[in-house]
Design a protein around this ligand. Structure first.
Ligand SMILES: Cc1ncc(C[n+]2csc(CCOP(=O)(O)OP(=O)(O)O)c2C)c(N)n1
Ligand SMILES: [Mg+2]
Length: 1014
């Protein structure tokens, strides 16, 4: 039966141009096959077929304008499908998911009952001691009732009743704030702790050696070169947290398993090196080259994959980036799993963070997302040593409680590891609740001060606060009191917490571990405000440290700060090796086994090499067209990861919503308002687009995760993050730096770029410097193309270099929203090379052969240059050569390198910079301009011997028409004519009267203040 395929609802658009016919009469098509591409002035979208069958006739041709309801194709529908109701692609998945949720739920009920039974035995009697209590007896009654409920019906029931009470009170007008805090004790009661299977004695010895060697390498480096710095206190506080993970939890990547991903706290790097030394991965010589990174083989001060590409995986030392990157890494792992690109192997992302670091807005900024996305593959460990660099993190408060509130409020599973095992019996004997009361009341400043003193001080100032607590420790010596350890230094407590965290389902976990900064460092470094800076330990400190951790070194060896590594056959080394072998290998270790992606054939870009004729379009639009084509390349399509922070409609890529779907781990639980439309908002579990919301830092973190998937997941991906160029590097500069360090590969697209192309927005939105910031990142390659064929050449080369040849670079490309016609790609065989190297001659005016000027234009301003050149020829008989500069940054890099070579090799053949190769033999001075600050074009000034002048958009942007903006910044064609004539006069090639006349003709005020001052 013959059926008609009509133009579907395409939203507010009418009379939209057909730009591609993807099918012809006689073709067999299936439901969802794209048949025609239509393009408005904002976006291009493919129309999919809703019918399976054979095409009888095509009713439109390229160039036709169509609207909703117009006939596109007549299709002879195959019987089966014509009557078949189209089942949405994801329905099946949704059903499967629902079934599995139901199953899980059933399982969970059993689990809950079981856990209630065990918890019943573990539940301590509820006690509260409160001075504000006006009727303690009544309180006691309530508490006893509650205890009875806990005993009889379990925690869940008790929780339910409390919630009901609160709800009731709320309904009756009492505004009872809900508290996210629990008492200042461990989340896991001792009875519920899962015990470590490890040999505690050996593990302690190993940990002591790691502690010693970590401190020794800092002290030795510092002795040799006091300027080198280093940190002992951070790792000293975190050694147990790392060791338990290394011995029991973190699985390495190998041929059977993808590996857990661990973000190590930047300042704890010495500890990782010290362990690698015991594991036999680093030798003494290497430890002695800590922080001496210039010679090959030196150990980097902090985790930097750029400097140690086989060791470090994640740069974390810029505080706040680690937590954010880890969250998006965990999210990206789920994305890859849900898209079927990697297996779900239960891999985890662990991130180690400082408590001071948690003050960074980035640290907490994405925790909501982690909970929302149910990232149970994510575990944060916050090392709460209560100190940062200058002093206490929260002297007057309690960082653990504060973080507990924030994380729990956001929906995380919170595990507090505050007290070590020595406290267990004290807490169990705290029948009056006074011990917990003191614990709750003591602020972090006091906790810190106590650990800088001794047992007697703790007895007096902590336990001495109430007679009940004083009594509690009356049989303990001061030494016993001093031995009362903190949870983060107790391997049993840490093991139990890690075990629980690893098994948690449905939410991310944060472990808040209380430790002591500079643990074991004695008077000079333990729990004192200067701990962070301590990098020198004198002999007494070292002897104390040795004794504190029983390191088997003689006094003499200690004085020489010798490293200690037991014999390879010793139980310690055997144990450490065996543990790691059981966990699949070593950590950290950076490897990649990703297969390259074959760059698409050149012809996929051919349509961008021919003129668009009368049709005007922006480079952003050209980019979207290019993506649409790339999505037809079977190698490239599945690897593309479009990332957008709530700007798809701004850039005209909302067509992707339907075509490849928006990633949503829960699919789509609602029918979108625009479901009938072609570009409706389609969220799907296997969606490809990462729609990040208004969150540039998050989007960039996603991009980094995707751009490093080749090493972290052994799969090469092609992330393309599209953003308002002003909210790119300026906003997320430090993440872009970390991306470079991480050896990210992918595309950053600064759309709506330039100071004058984005008319009507203003000071905040108009970017005249992103290329300059991009230039600060050594492995970032940036381009400012004007025409669609330039974009095509650049993009394809990017795909080839990064994803086929695996070069560790990333691309920043600016695209604009100014519509204009695009010409054919010049036939000149050097054009492609020029585009990639940064400049090529696009046009020449040579009618008069008297006076000549070289005009260099980039991005949006190239067309102003071309228009000015025409005026110069027609009205002033000036010839010119016009150069399209696709990248001042790339030209500068080449110029620098050539100049350096020539200066260092004065006796050899001197090389010629690419700028000079292009311009050296040309006639006339150079006038260069871009839509960016003059600094952009000035970058190449040193690399040519010719006179060089530049124009640019220095100053704050402002809202106006494009024409007025270009006039204001003096980069419009009239100003270029005037400046061109003036430059020629200054070079004494023409009389100055022409410039003077032109200034008058174009109404230019020579006394107008510099735009930077306006
Ligand atoms: C963005 C940023 N700002 C400042 C620093 C300098 N800095 C390094 S460590 C540190 C204190 C860290 O304290 P905390 O996070 O508590 O870690 P700890 O060493 O106590 O474990 C500071 C301010 C940095 N590395 N990164
Ligand atoms: Mg700290």
């Amino acid at each position: 039966m013959s059926e008609k395929l009509l133009v579907p609802d395409i939203g507010e658009f009418e009379k939209v141009e057909v730009i591609e016919l993807l099918v012809k009469a006689g073709d067999q098509i299936k439901v969802n096959d794209p048949v025609i591409t239509i393009e408005s002035d904002k976006s291009s979208v493919e129309i999919p077929s809703t019918i399976t069958g054979t095409i009888e006739s095509v009713s439109v041709k390229i160039g036709d304008k169509v609207s909703k309801g117009d006939l596109l194709l007549n299709i002879l529908a195959s019987k089966k499908t014509s009557s078949e109701k189209i089942i949405p692609k994801d329905t099946e998945n949704i059903i499967k998911e629902a079934e599995s949720i139901l199953k899980n739920k059933e399982g969970n009920v059993e689990k809950i009952i079981k856990s209630q039974q065990t918890q019943k035995d573990q539940q301590p009697i509820i006690q509260v001691v409160n001075e504000n209590d006006i009727d303690p007896l009544e309180t006691q009654d309530w508490l006893e009732s509650l205890s009875a409920v806990v005993e009889k019906d379990g925690n869940q029931r008790a929780h339910f009743l409390i919630k009901e009470l609160i709800n009731k009170a709320y309904k009756e007008g009492a505004n009872i704030p809900y508290t996210q805090n629990t008492p200042y004790i461990n989340t896991i009661p001792p009875e519920a702790e899962i015990k470590s299977p490890g040999d505690q004695n050996i593990e302690r010895r190993i940990r002591s050696l790691i502690r010693w060697n970590a401190a020794a390498m800092v002290v030795r480096a510092n002795k040799k070169f006091p300027e080198l710095g280093g940190h002992i206190g951070t790792f000293a506080s975190a050694a147990t947290l790392y060791d338990v993970g290394m011995n029991h939890f973190w699985r390495s990547k190998n041929n059977k398993f993808g590996g857990d991903l661990v973000y190590f706290q930047g300042h704890s790097a010495p500890g990782m090196y010290a362990r690698a030394f015991l594991e036999g991965r680093l030798n003494e010589k290497q430890l002695d080259s800590f922080r001496q990174e210039v010679k090959p083989g030196g150990l980097s001060s902090y985790p930097h994959p750029w400097l140690m590409p086989k060791f470090w995986q994640f740069p974390t030392v810029s505080m706040g980036l680690g937590p954010m990157l880890a969250i998006y890494q965990a999210r990206y792992m789920k994305y890859l799993i849900n898209r079927g690109l990697i297996k779900d192997e239960g891999r985890k992302v662990w991130a180690f963070l400082g408590d001071g670091e948690m003050d960074e807005p980035e640290s907490l900024g994405a925790i909501g997302l982690a909970a929302r996305e149910k990232l149970d593959n994510l575990i944060f460990v916050v090392n709460c040593n209560l100190q940062r660099l200058d002093g206490p993190v929260r002297g007057n408060g309690k960082i653990i409680q504060e973080l507990e509130g924030s994380f729990r409020g956001a929906g995380w599973n919170v595990i507090k590891v505050i007290w070590g095992s020595y406290w267990d019996s004290l807490i169990a004997n705290d029948k009056t609740g006074h011990l917990v009361k003191v614990m709750n009341e003591t602020v972090d400043g006091e906790y810190q001060a106590m650990k800088a003193r001794d047992g007697q001080y703790v007895r007096e100032n902590f336990f001495g606060k109430y007679p009940e607590t004083k009594e509690l420790v009356s049989s303990l010596s001061d030494k016993d009191i001093w031995r009362l350890n903190r949870g983060g230094h107790d391997p049993h407590k840490v093991y139990a917490a890690y075990d629980k965290a690893s098994k948690n389902q449905g939410s991310p976990t944060v472990i808040l571990a209380k430790t002591i900064k500079g643990y074991g460092m004695g008077k000079t470094g333990e729990s004192v405000n200067t701990t962070h800076q301590t990098k020198k330990l004198d002999v007494d400190d070292l002897l104390y440290y040795r004794d504190r951790f029983d390191v088997p070194l003689t006094d003499e060896q200690v004085k020489n700060v010798e490293y200690f590594k037991p014999d390879d056959k010793s139980p310690e080394i055997k144990y450490i090796q065996e543990r790691r072998m059981n966990l699949g290998g070593f950590l950290p270790e950076r490897t990649t086994y990703a297969k390259p992606i074959k760059a698409p054939a050149k012809d996929i870009f051919d349509f961008m090499k021919v003129s668009t004729g009368q049709k005007k379009m922006s480079t952003t639009m050209a980019l979207v067209r290019m993506f649409t084509n790339l999505l037809r390349d079977k190698n490239v399509a599945p690897r593309l990861v479009p990332i957008i922070p709530d700007e798809a409609r701004t850039f005209g890529i909302e067509g992707f919503f339907q075509k490849i779907g928006i990633y949503a781990h829960e699919g789509q639980k609602y029918e979108p308002e625009d479901s009938a439309q072609l570009s409706s908002y389609r969220e799907v579990k296997s969606g490809q687009v990462l729609e990040e919301g208004i969150n540039e830092a998050g989007a960039m973190s996603s991009w980094i995760a995707a751009a490093t998937a080749y090493t972290n997941h052994d799969i090469e991906m092609i992330p393309i993050y599209i953003f308002y160029s002003m909210f790119g590097f300026q906003r997320i500069g430090d993440l872009a730096w970390a991306a470079g360090d991480s050896q990210a590969r992918g595309f950053l697209i600064g759309a709506t770029a330039g100071r004058t192309t984005l008319a009507g927005e203003g000071l905040q939105h108009q970017d005249g410097h992103s290329h300059l910031i991009a230039a600060t990142i050594p492995n970032c390659i940036s381009y400012d193309p004007t025409f669609h064929y330039e974009l095509a050449v650049i993009f394809r080369e990017g795909l080839r270099r990064m994803h086929e040849k695996n070069e560790n670079v990333f691309y920043y490309i600016t695209t604009m929203n100014e519509n204009y016609a695009h010409p054919d790609m010049p036939k000149d065989k050097n054009c492609e090379e020029g585009i990639l190297k940064g400049m090529y001659k696009i046009k020449e005016f040579s009618r008069y052969k008297k006076t000549k000027i070289q005009l260099l234009g980039s991005g949006a301003i190239l067309r102003e240059m071309m228009a000015a050149a025409e005026i110069l020829q027609n009205e002033y008989q000036i010839d010119s050569e016009i150069w399209s500069v696709t990248s001042f940054n790339e030209l500068r890099k080449d110029g620098m390198e050539v100049e350096r070579y020539n200066l260092l090799n004065p006796d050899k053949d001197q090389k010629v910079s690419f700028v000079e190769q292009c311009l050296g033999k040309t006639e006339g001075p150079i006038l260069a301009a871009s839509d960016y600050m003059r600094m952009n074009s000035d970058q190449i000034r040193p690399y040519t011997n010719k006179s060089f002048y530049s124009l640019g958009t220095d100053g704050y942007g402002r809202s106006d028409t494009r024409k007025n903006l270009r006039k204001f910044f003096e980069v419009d064609k009239e100003h270029i004519v005037v400046y061109g004539l003036s430059v020629l006069a200054k070079e004494q090639l023409i009389s100055s009267k022409y410039a003077k006349e032109a200034i008058k003709k174009y109404n230019i005020d020579g006394n107008k203040p510099m735009p930077t001052k306006l």
